[in-house]
Ligand binder design. Structure first.
Ligand code: AVJ
Length: 305
């Protein structure tokens, strides 16, 4: 967790945001009026679920990368019910809280079997590809604009990895947040209730607890900025004063200048056509795209070519 303090600028990888408290703060963010991604995506899934699962051959295996609460994969599993076939669901998340929540959500469905993998995306993909049945299609769900945390080279690499875990005829449903007016973007990442600030600062709480660090929470501030050249929202924690923090279990002391930032997350934003280009470059062909113009969000279905 403390490894990237050695980089310039100092960084913490965004995957560490999701301990138990971080995961529930994120669930709360998804209910904020200013963070519209989650609701826009659920509306699209509810409305178009039949079309989204349509091209995938029975018996279907669903695999969700970063399952959150499991409600979205449940919408697609619901749509498959009418096909009267069994649906296997693989959930991949590094957060045990997210896996438990999702297993509970999906437990209510009779025609599905659920396997949770507490693993990174890469490891989970490998496991699910190994365990899938020889017949039928695999639909990979990469939703919620989770792809936005990857920089362009990393997202290309990761999409190639998804493709390598698939066979021709398999599919990928990708949810991606679109470029929109800066004011709207910043409000989503700097909400007036301060939940996103708490979500960000929880990284320091976590380091204090898990690494025995002595971060003084009141001397760091949450900041969210739009980087127009890179087309991403960045979250930072800004040190309000000069200070040195001890992190015993990482065996380091870290010095912060006044105004120095720790970069904790990037959330890339996309153009609808850019999404198609990005994913096509990894060996997929686009099948359909659904958009929510109000929230500026797109779901795109790709087939493994
Ligand atoms: C879950 C990674 C898609 O980047 O929008 C929410 C996380 N960060 N508010 C995003 C997040 C700040 C979210 N993702």
């Amino acid at each position: 967790m403390a490894r990237d303090f050695a980089l310039t600028p100092k960084q913490i990888q965004s995957k560490y945001l999701y301990d138990a408290l971080g995961s529930s703060l994120f669930e709360s963010i998804c209910r904020l009026p200013w963070y519209r991604i989650a609701r826009a995506e659920s509306r699209l899934l509810t409305r178009w679920a039949d079309e989204m699962v349509g091209p995938v051959e029975d018996p279907v295996t669903l695999l969700e990368l970063g399952c959150g609460s499991g409600e979205k994969v449940a919408l697609l599993a619901e749509a498959l019910r009418s096909r009267r076939r069994h649906v296997a669901i693989h959930l991949i998340d590094i957060s045990p809280t997210a896996l438990e929540l999702s297993e509970r959500t999906l437990g209510a469905l009779e025609h599905v079997s659920v396997v949770g993998h507490r693993a990174t995306y890469e490891e989970g993909l490998r496991r699910a590809a190994r365990e899938r049945p020889p017949l039928g299609g695999l639909l990979v769900l990469f939703l919620g604009s989770n792809i936005g945390n990857f920089d362009p080279p990393a997202s290309h690499e990761f999409l190639c990895e998804i493709r390598r875990a698939q066979r021709p005829g398999d599919a990928l449903l990708l949810g991606a947040d679109l470029v929109k007016p800066v004011k709207e973007l910043l409000l989503a990442y700097n909400d007036p209730l301060g939940i996103t600030a708490a979500f960000n600062k929880n990284l320091l709480v976590r380091m204090n607890r898990e690494l025995g660090a002595n971060f003084d929470l009141s001397s760091f501030e949450h900041s969210a900025i739009w980087n127009p050249d890179e087309r991403r929202v960045e979250m930072h924690l800004i040190s309000m004063r000069e200070q040195t923090v001890r992190i015993p279990r990482a065996d380091v002391s870290v010095r912060f200048g006044k105004g120095e930032s720790i970069w904790t997350e990037s959330s890339y934003k996309y153009e609808p056509r850019g999404i198609v280009e990005l994913v096509s470059a990894a060996g997929f062909r686009s099948h359909a795209q659904w958009m929510d113009p109000d929230a500026g969000f797109a779901l795109t279905l790709f087939l493994a070519g």
